[in-house]
Design a protein around this ligand. Structure first.
Ligand code: PHE
Ligand code: NA
Length: 438
């Protein structure tokens, strides 16, 4: 025990809030349920959970360790660490790839966050209150068919994101996360209870948890792995950038388990709340990105107090999206700032690129899908693969051991093994499988 324990606890808490804010977002509430529906349920969920445990958690520990060791943005962190280890500078490409990947994600992420804002507005104005399921389904089509509506809300979302980043209050977002994240969980649980009381629970449970591996496509495995990275914000330096908040002597392991459990728990609860409504209302589990934007308004439109409940819910989802989106451009802005480009200008640049790309996503669903596909399924796992190799093999075992500060030798050995072998081989096998080599 040292005299600065309290200060360290505060710092560790700041890190937990920032990282949780980054992890928990549209990936959990929007994407997880709809890809689970698209890729057939049970077997997909099991592969996804396995990827979180065997690949995501070990890589997350490595990313935080790297960020904490270098105390710099991801590009410079990789430069510093490779210089210290006598490794080539080219490793910084991991950081650079992350900066670019973050911008690419922001492009489609801001469009979906715009949908959440639009639904906040629809909820506040009782636009779908007591409407039929068909009308509500048509509502989503009307939104995705309207350039101006999507453009308006996407623009607003990017402005919010840029505002937080430019003000340099990424740490301050922790305050919002501290209050709003528990509230989001509370609302999700409330929704779960409602959904289970009116919906089809049995079919949902068997859909989500009864694995039929014969239905598991090659692509489903790639998507499950990709989503493990996406949902934990891994492979692009977001978590590395936040690693700088972590006080030196704190063990990373427990913190990562906590964040991983929270993120996974929220995704599962979202799925468990959404599918009973999907089945009860004759919707298709495989209906795609509109899954939550159709099933939930049906529920909000019918439940007592649904106008208020739905409004608060969609606003909370929008805020969760905001705390994720700031972590998409923070690494890039921090990197530019470290090289003489003022924070406000860097923000303008990054947010501007994200905003323009978002407009392109609104114009072209193909571009939207391509960005989602390439970032989640290739850029993030590739980034994770390189980070695992770098921390696992390039940095010395002693250095790494000291940096992660695990309580027990056994846990360290287990993690180091997972990082050196399980995670890289897992990613490689899935990659090779998806291109048909194995
Ligand atoms: N993890 C976020 C989510 O689940 C998305 C994200 C991905 C954020 C990558 C930062 C980096 O919504
Ligand atoms: Na997530």
């Amino acid at each position: 025990m040292t005299h600065n324990t309290t200060a360290n606890w505060t710092k560790r808490w700041t890190f937990i809030l920032a990282a949780t804010g980054s992890a928990v977002g549209l990936g959990n509430i929007w994407k997880f349920p709809y890809i689970t529906g698209e890729y057939g349920g049970g077997a997909f969920v099991i592969v996804y959970l396995a990827c979180i445990l065997a690949v995501g958690i070990p890589v997350m520990i490595a990313e935080i360790m790297a960020g904490r060791a270098a105390r710099a943005n991801p590009v410079d962190a990789m430069l510093d660490l490779s210089a210290q280890a006598g490794a080539p500078k080219i490793w910084s490409i991991v950081g650079l790839g992350g900066v670019i990947g973050g911008l690419m994600i922001l492009m489609f992420y801001s469009v979906v966050a715009g949908w959440a804002l639009d639904y906040s507005w629809q909820s506040l104005t009782a636009a779908y209150h007591e409407s039929s399921a068909d009308t509500i389904e048509a509502n989503f089509g009307a939104l995705t068919g309207s350039f101006s509506r999507q453009w308006f809300w996407q623009t607003l979302f990017v402005v919010f994101t840029g505002g937080v980043i430019a003000a340099g209050v990424t740490g301050g977002i922790g305050r919002a996360v501290e209050i709003l994240m528990p509230l989001l969980m509370l609302f999700l649980l409330g929704l779960l209870i409602y959904s289970w009381s009116v919906g089809e629970v049995g079919p949902s449970l068997s859909f989500m948890f009864t694995p039929d591996f014969s239905k598991l496509s090659t692509e489903a495995v790639l998507v499950a792995l990709g989503h493990a990275f996406f949902t934990l914000s891994l492979g692009m330096g977001a978590i590395m950038a936040y690693g700088a908040y972590m006080p030196g002597e704190h063990s990373i392991g427990k913190t990562v388990m906590l964040i991983g459990a929270l993120d996974t728990g929220i995704a599962l609860v979202a799925g468990l709340a959404i599918f009973p409504l999907v089945f009860a209302n004759g919707l298709e589990p495989s209906s795609g990105p509109g899954l939550m934007f159709v099933s939930l308004p049906i529920a909000f439109g019918q439940m007592p107090g649904g106008v208020i409940f739905g409004s608060v819910f969609f606003i909370l989802v929008s805020i969760a999206a905001l705390s994720s989106s700031i972590s998409l451009i923070e690494p890039g802005v921090a990197w530019l700032e470290g090289h003489g480009i003022p924070r406000k200008l860097g923000t303008l640049l990054a947010a501007g690129i994200g905003w323009l790309g978002g407009i392109a996503c609104i114009y072209s669903g193909d571009f939207f899908n391509a960005l989602d596909h390439v970032t989640a399924n290739y850029i993030l796992p590739l980034g994770g693969l390189l980070i695992a190799i770098f921390v696992g093999f390039v940095l010395s075992r002693d250095r790494v051991k000291q940096e992660v500060a695990f309580e027990s030798e056994r846990y360290f050995a287990l993690w180091h093994f997972a990082l050196r072998y399980v995670a890289p081989l897992g990613i490689l096998v899935v990659f090779l499988h998806s291109v048909g080599v194995i």
